[in-house]
Design a protein around this ligand. Structure first.
Ligand SMILES: Nc1ncnc2c1ncn2[C@@H]1O[C@H](COP(=O)(O)OP(=O)(O)OP(=O)(O)O)[C@@H](O)[C@H]1O
Length: 332
């Protein structure tokens, strides 16, 4: 499925805003007047982009920049105040379209475990498929598959209360519930927020696998490292507007501009920039620790420590190189 945002603006003033801008769509002058009024509050403003089928599409932005509002447009939970959102060319604001699209676009909210409600894991995961009107056998198949996809044992957990599980397991159950709807597009709002480091890595691995399995993924994250490592393209929002849209390399090329809107480059890239300033010759696009460490290790091969231009930088570089050696450097 291809999702297209066309000049989407959104105001939480909702109906009141509509009244002020005039009910007739062609009353463009009044719409523009309202939008430019000093008291107009826009959560999104003139946002245009597409998410292509199969793409891993990252969404970044400082707090309050409009990320959550944006993704709620993707399955018609909210509709634009101005502009359109199209799913394979069909306008989500038209009657019946959002209901249909919701089956294909699964939205996983922040802390989805807070929305678990059923007495058993089975019933929670089965809720969506049952709501779709599927028969018991198909529901059963989907529950089993959903739990398997998130790495939970059907036999051990399906009859347990979701509230007796660990936080990480609860999030997996919530995920399984969305996966059981078999959506083509998965929209994830901060999917690893609040998880411990191990669960975080496991979850990111799961998301990577879901993408490799052919799903389109839209992921909102505050972690530039995660976005850089996973995304084909990243949309950066600032105050509701598109600030940047491009590959990780394109988006992170201008670290100063990102800093100005409250975002940093991924930590390994920032470290690489310091090393370059200190005189090291390093490759580009060093967004994750292992790639950076491997690059440093390659640079240091044959370079005596004393020759490092700055002792502190050289020491850190050696530690990074050691880390690669200890980890076996299997990604190098
Ligand atoms: N229910 C609401 N009513 C009124 N204004 C809202 C509502 N929800 C969000 N806003 C406002 O809309 C703007 C965008 O908020 P949104 O939650 O989309 O940002 P965000 O980038 O997801 O933030 P965060 O990273 O903190 O989750 C903010 O100015 C916010 O205060």
């Amino acid at each position: 499925m291809r999702l297209a945002f066309e000049d989407v603006s959104y105001s939480y003033e909702g109906g009141e805003a509509k009244k002020r801008r005039g009910r007739r769509k062609k009353d463009a002058a009044r719409q523009a007047d309202w939008g430019n009024a000093p008291d107009a509050v826009w959560a999104l403003r003139d946002v245009t982009f597409t998410v292509e089928p199969g793409e891993f599409f990252g969404v970044a932005g400082h707090t309050g920049s409009g990320k959550s509002t944006l993704i709620q447009h993707m399955n018609g939970l909210v509709h634009p105040t101005c502009g359109r959102v199209l799913a394979d060319g069909r306008d989500l604001a038209e009657k019946g379209v959002a209901t249909e699209v919701r089956r294909q676009v699964g939205l996983v909210f922040q802390y989805p475990e807070n929305q678990l409600f059923a007495n058993t894991v089975y019933d929670d995961v089965a809720f969506g498929p049952r709501n779709m009107g599927l028969g018991a056998e198909e529901v059963d198949r989907r529950v089993r598959e959903g739990l398997a996809l998130v790495g939970l044992s059907f036999d051990e957990l399906s009859e347990r209360s979701p509230f007796d599980l660990s936080g990480g397991q609860q999030r997996r159950v919530a995920f399984a519930g969305v996966l059981a709807m078999e959506p083509e597009v998965l929209v994830l709002d901060e999917p690893v927020a609040g998880l411990d480091p191990l669960s975080r890595e496991e979850f990111l691995g799961l998301i990577r696998e879901l993408h490799a399995g052919g799903r389109t993924i839209v992921m909102v994250s505050h972690s530039m490292e995660d976005l850089a490592a996973l995304s084909d393209r990243i949309l950066v929002l600032s105050e509701g507007r598109v600030f940047r849209l491009g590959t990780p390399a394109e988006v992170f090329a201008d670290a100063a501009a990102l800093k100005a809107v409250g975002l940093g480059a991924p930590a390994p890239e920032a470290f690489a920039a310091s090393l370059r300033e200190a005189g090291f010759t390093l490759g580009r696009d060093l967004y994750d620790e292992r790639t950076l460490a491997a690059d440093i290790a390659a640079q240091l091969a044959g370079t005596p420590v004393a020759a490092a231009p700055d002792a502190a930088v050289g020491f850190a570089a050696l530690r990074a190189a050691d880390a690669v050696a200890e980890g076996g450097g299997d990604d190098a």
